[in-house]
Design a protein around this ligand. Structure first.
Ligand code: PLP
Length: 380
């Protein structure tokens, strides 16, 4: 099956043996009748498994070319489950340019439990090996990064992880499986905030993991069930519905993202534009190698270079909505320094380039001309 067919049919055969409904029913139930103790039809309790969630989990596995999918109550709950594979004394190497909530989870919760994190730049893959020692267990990669739009070479990182017997996990939220399939490039775990492009309509909070290896899947399933951060059947249904148009939405997100990036690059009130599709983007060649398009996320800094100029700009927008999050059909604008990245200390933040004058755009699927005109009036 090709990707554009998988979004609609992947893992969706026979989802309703009772009536043959084309969409899986929303099994809004916590428990299931047993004929004799242990005599159930595959489901006993909805934390452990629910048919609607199971349909979504099969779809997720199919999209990422994995064998096992797991859906969680949020993206951070999915990351939390990955980190529970480890214990005190274990070390994890993470990209230093990552989602603020992931940084907060790593340092605010798991560091206290005895896991050590090394936040390093992954622009130069060769630099990573110096941080690996006998306690290192995993490399955590987010690419494209948020909001700097840096690209990390997944295949090269997989080579290093493999050589040292480490797990490689990739947060694939920004790219989606439409643009990038980390398991095919050698990653062991692919993670999503399904809240973003997979759900696609800004109406659900959800997370997911997909793996190929059965033993790893069993460990993660144990954590999912033992910790219990599962998503409900209604939300599972909504994300499954969202996924059915993922390929169409992503195509338009990419087209509009490119138009917006090119418009901003030529504007005198704009200083830098961060979008991996530009030939002079430092990681353009890697992006071209591992992604089939450049996505709908664009960041830029104002020429004025001040916090005030960025705040004034986002307040003036009319079609773009000033809001956290990304990946929905509607265009959103955010100010990372005071919004998504406020939980990262200013010093750490500015080291990676997230300055006060930076604005991050999640370019939606509205009419291109309306989006450009909105940016134009807000800049002027
Ligand atoms: C939003 C996001 C997360 C966290 O997901 P939630 O669904 O908000 O818990 C993790 N990584 C990235 C890249 C994100 O954008």
């Amino acid at each position: 099956m090709k990707f554009n067919t998988k979004t609609i049919h992947g893992g969706q055969e026979n989802t309703d043996p009772a009536y043959g409904s084309v969409m899986p029913p929303i099994y809004q139930t916590s428990t299931y009748k047993q004929d004799t103790p242990g005599g159930h039809k595959g489901f006993e309790y909805s934390r452990s498994g629910n048919p609607t969630r199971a349909a979504l989990e099969r779809s997720l596995a199919s999209l990422e070319n994995g064998n096992f999918g797991l859906a969680f109550s949020s993206g951070l709950a999915a990351i939390d489950a990955v980190l529970k594979l480890f214990g005190p004394g274990d070390e994890i190497i993470s990209t230093n340019d990552l989602y603020g909530g992931s940084y907060r989870l790593f340092t605010g919760i798991f560091e206290k439990l005895g896991i050590k994190f090394r936040f390093v730049s992954m622009q130069n893959t060769g630099d990573i090996e110096q941080y690996i020692n006998k306690n290192t267990r995993m490399i955590w990669v987010e690419t494209p990064t948020n909001p700097m739009m840096n690209i990390i070479d997944i295949e090269a990182m997989a080579g290093i992880a493999n050589k040292h017997g480490l797990l490689l996990a990739v947060d694939n939220t920004f790219a989606t499986p439409y643009l990038q399939q980390p398991l095919d490039l050698g990653a062991d775990i692919v993670m999503h905030s399904a809240t973003k492009y997979l759900g696609g309509h800004s109406d659900v909070i959800m997370g997911s993991l997909v793996v190929k290896d059965q033993k790893l899947a069993e460990k993660l399933y144990f954590i999912q069930n033992a910790s219990g951060a599962v998503c409900g059947p209604q939300d599972s249904f909504l994300v499954l519905r969202g996924i059915k148009t993922l390929h169409l939405r992503m195509q338009r997100h990419c087209e509009n993202g490119e138009a917006v990036a090119r418009f901003l690059k030529g504007h005198p009130k704009v200083e830098n534009v961060y979008w991996p599709g530009f030939q002079d983007h430092p990681n353009h060649e890697i992006a071209k190698k591992q992604m089939s398009g450049f996505g709908g996320m664009v960041s830029f800094t104002t020429a004025e270079g001040t916090m005030e100029s960025a705040v004034k700009f986002v307040e003036k927008l009319k079609v773009f909505t000033l809001a956290e999050s990304l990946g929905g059909v509607e265009s959103l604008a955010g100010h990372p320094a005071t919004m998504t990245h406020a939980s990262i200390p200013k010093k750490e933040r500015e080291k990676t380039g997230v300055v006060d004058s930076m604005i991050r755009l999640s370019v939606g699927i509205e009419d291109e001309e309306d989006l450009i005109n909105d940016l134009k009036q807000a800049l002027e």
